[in-house]
Design a protein around this ligand. Structure first.
Ligand SMILES: Nc1ncnc2c1ncn2[C@@H]1O[C@H](COP(=O)(O)OP(=O)(O)O)[C@@H](O)[C@H]1O
Ligand SMILES: [Mg+2]
Length: 237
């Protein structure tokens, strides 16, 4: 579904990702790992169309999307759950979802709003609450639900677990895994919580200073967790 071929990403004059080869198939969850500054967010933002690709090609369902704007990519089926969640704190939960569904007709948006809040009962209870008053975990659920409004076929998720309680992280990943298995959603997930992500992802790519330093299945990564931890700059053991 998603295919990056020798992709280099720039921030200003600087190349922060080089020669990245990456694929994500329908129904698959792929983890993008790496220490701070490795280029994970830049990769996600390049796929979403917010940061320029200076070499290589990004294909979505076989077609190059390099020249498409972010809204055009959204329309094709790319959803983004950005680093830091980026919900609108002064809008209610419902209004945040309406913004996420801006491409939909009114009737469709209402139907979809019921479907995405059904995935997260906590949001259903808080539909009329100002998003800024939600807990961090609820804000993350809202960010995911908002991205799901337009029925993306590929979801890009940047740092889902940061600052959240383990139970909330488990719940969010449960929902994503279910959508992968049952609806063929493809997920590309940037995650600091290595232990968690290695139990839910199918394949793993590790970046360091913009270069790919490891690629393999999550099973292979679990079998060699000390190696992965070393690449992430974490203490082994
Ligand atoms: N807006 C920006 N402008 C210039 N450089 C940036 C910007 N954002 C990130 N960078 C640089 O790009 C590199 C990769 O950053 P980033 O993609 O955020 O890494 P990660 O998400 O893996 O921590 C870092 O060297 C960072 O300093
Ligand atoms: Mg980042």
């Amino acid at each position: 579904m998603l295919e990056l071929a020798r992709v280099s990403v720039a921030r200003g004059e600087l190349r922060v990702v080089r020669d990245l080869e990456l694929t994500v198939s329908a129904g698959e969850m792929v983890a993008l790992l790496g220490p701070n500054g490795a280029g994970k967010t830049s990769t996600i933002m390049a796929i979403a169309g917010h940061v320029p690709v200076v070499e290589g090609t990004i294909r979505f369902e076989g077609r190059s999307i390099d020249t498409l704007s972010p809204p055009e990519r959204t329309r094709l089926g790319l959803g983004l759950v950005p680093e830091g969640r980026r919900i609108f704190p002064d809008l209610t939960v419902r209004e945040n979802l309406v913004v996420g569904g801006y491409l939909l007709s009114r009737g469709e948006a209402q139907k979809r709003e019921r479907e995405v809040t059904a995935l997260f009962p906590r949001l259903e209870e808080r539909r009329q609450q100002r998003a800024g008053t939600l807990s961090g975990g609820e804000q993350q659920m809202l960010s995911i639900a908002r991205a799901l409004m337009v029925r993306p076929r590929l979801l890009l998720v940047d740092e889902l677990s940061l600052g959240l309680m383990p139970a909330v992280v488990d719940l969010c990943f449960e929902v994503l895994v279910r959508l992968c298995r049952e609806q063929g959603l493809a997920c590309l997930v940037v995650e600091q919580n290595t232990q968690k992500i290695l139990t839910v992802a199918d394949r793993v790519t590790v970046l360091s200073a913009g270069r790919t330093v490891w690629q393999g299945t999550a099973e292979e990564a679990r079998a060699d967790e000390a190696l992965i931890d070393r690449m992430l700059g974490l203490e082994a053991g």
